[in-house]
Design a protein around this ligand. Structure first.
Ligand SMILES: *Cc1c(COP(=O)(O)O)cnc(C)c1O
Length: 231
């Protein structure tokens, strides 16, 4: 990012990470789960490389970005320093950016429509490469939000796996901001179970502990690690 966010400089990333890990451990203990089964995806969008590096120096290796272009500016350099990074795309992907996204990301969490699934399959057929994929479910059926409607999820998951042979390994959701997230976490879990999908990406800064109690394997946390994003 070109603009320098002074407020984020004061954020103690290592202290935040320690606190979040402790909260993750507590939530796991309360639900009889192994903390090793919960991956903290550090959401670094809108923070510059120097700020993000603090989490890398602290030992974190799994990161999430929501825009291809921003990730392309920041991550090749960070990867050169820390080669074992796992980068997740957690924002909407346009089909004309598939090539760039596949080159940059290890996981795409936001497969959300047939056109994108087909573009990923076509690219895979041409190049032999495809990242691990999660399907985004619009559990709240919100007009403005990306994702497959819950009623269409079964057909879409089947199409991706059986017709297109895509490496679908999990599901992802972003519950509506103004609602209790628990029913959304439960719904995502039910759809995942029906398809034998073990990976569930759900829970953000405000609700990751609840998400873990509902079976999240990946929590996507930004603000609680890096501080507020200066938009
Ligand atoms: C920004 C973002 C997050 C992180 O949100 P915080 O509230 O800052 O933790 C998680 N998931 C997605 C899809 C996002 O775009």
């Amino acid at each position: 990012m070109s603009s320098h966010d002074l407020s984020s400089d004061k954020t103690d990333v290592a202290a935040n990470l320690a606190e979040i890990q402790s909260n993750i451990n507590t939530a796991c203990k309360a639900s009889d789960r192994d903390p090793k089964d919960v991956t903290l995806v550090c959401v670094s969008k809108n923070h510059d490389a120097d700020h993000v590096r603090k989490a890398l120096v602290d030992g974190r290796r799994v990161f999430g970005e929501n825009r291809v272009q921003e990730a392309a500016g920041k991550w090749p350099g960070l990867r050169a320093e820390f080669p074992d990074i796992e980068l997740h795309l957690i924002g909407p992907l346009q089909t004309n950016k598939v090539k760039d996204a596949v080159a940059l990301f290890d996981v795409i969490e936001t497969v959300d429509r047939p056109k994108l699934a087909k573009a990923l399959a076509k690219h895979r057929d041409k190049t032999g490469t495809c990242p691990d994929l999660f399907i985004q479910i619009n559990t709240g059926e919100e007009e403005q939000k990306a994702g497959i409607a819950p009623n269409d999820a079964d057909d879409f998951i089947k199409m991706c796996r059986e017709e297109l042979d895509l490496p679908i390994i999990g599901l992802m959701c972003i519950p509506p901001v103004d609602e209790e997230p628990a029913p959304h976490f439960t719904l995502l879990g039910k759809i995942a179970d029906r398809h034998g999908l073990k990976i569930k990406s759900m829970g953000m800064s405000g609700d990751y502990q609840a998400a873990i109690r509902f079976g999240a394997t990946h929590v996507r946390v930004g603000t609680a690690i890096f501080g507020s994003r200066g938009y």
